[in-house]
Design a protein around this ligand. Sequence first.
Ligand code: AN7
Length: 353
Amino acid sequence: MAQPWRGILREYAEFMPFDSDVRIISLGEGGTPLIEAPALSSKVGASVFLKVEGQNPSGSFKDRGMTSAITRVVQEGDTTVVCASTGNTSASAAAYAAAAGITCVVLIPQGKIAAGKMAQAIVHGARLVQVDGNFDECLTMVRRLSEDYPVSLVNSVNPYRIQGQKSAAFEICDQLGEAPDIHVLPVGNAGNITAYWAGFTEYAKAGRATRTPAMWGVQAEGASPLVTGVPVDSPETVATAIRIGKPASWDQAIAARDESGGWIRAVSDREILEAQALIAAEVGVFVEPASAASVAGLIAAAAHDDVPAGATITCTVTGNGLKDTATAVSHLNVEPIVIPVDIDAAVEALELS
Ligand code: AN7
């Protein structure tokens, strides 16, 4: 029998910052599918693949960084971690803290995280407070807390997060047998675009790929500081995961864009929701709104003739649609049909005759 997937720190041990005797905190993260998306390929005139990160243990790509960050915290002998979050970081931190047997403290913007993500932090036993402010303000607060109190910061400004998250780029190269021409992903606090670019360049340097892709980043229009070049004081978007106005890894995101020959563009909330519906109905993958931003950006690029014909394009869809079902169905106008226990009524309601 083939050996089961052992999590990214063990699978990519030679690229990771831990010796073999370190106690690894893992929930089996990584090893996610890279699936062909024919519906998208024909729409944009390229060969499009989705890296389905919603299949990670807590339902988002954050788990790749969290196995690494929490492993480091435990190695250092620390017992409390802290993070600010738009929802997925806190879900992941809470899960990995539970696995490690340590305490997780979470600051989230009040009323602005999806119900599923909130539930995750709660069930995993995090100490959770809602702040009457946005993500950027929460991040400023947890940075202060980690400076003044014995709590370790596990947001993506923690370099161990980036080390773990770069594994997604390794997997894409391994799954394709080569780096793609273009990689597309949503950008919020900009840790992930930083990590992917580090991963693609490191893998090419190690001879595991012969090239690096152009990095295409996508933000939501109401939270697009990397597109406009100006921080946003009151970011707004239906994609709450990327409702971020002052990305912590701003400079690294711009470097990834420029060194790779890529771009960062903005898409509207409507484009995001349309892309989410399309991915669900025509590809068969349910992703959350922020994740659909990557596909929305690709579709917008195609509409502007910016997609090279026949290119191999990988798109990260970062989180699972089940985390935020309310947003997904809110605009679809699906009226529930109720019928009596009666076959003829079912046949008629379902238009089977
Ligand atoms: C689904 O959880 O920032 O550009 O606090 O949850 O690395 O921030 C989440 C970000 C994309 C953006 N897609 O990634 C948090 C948080 C999803 C996300 C992003 C996030 P970064």
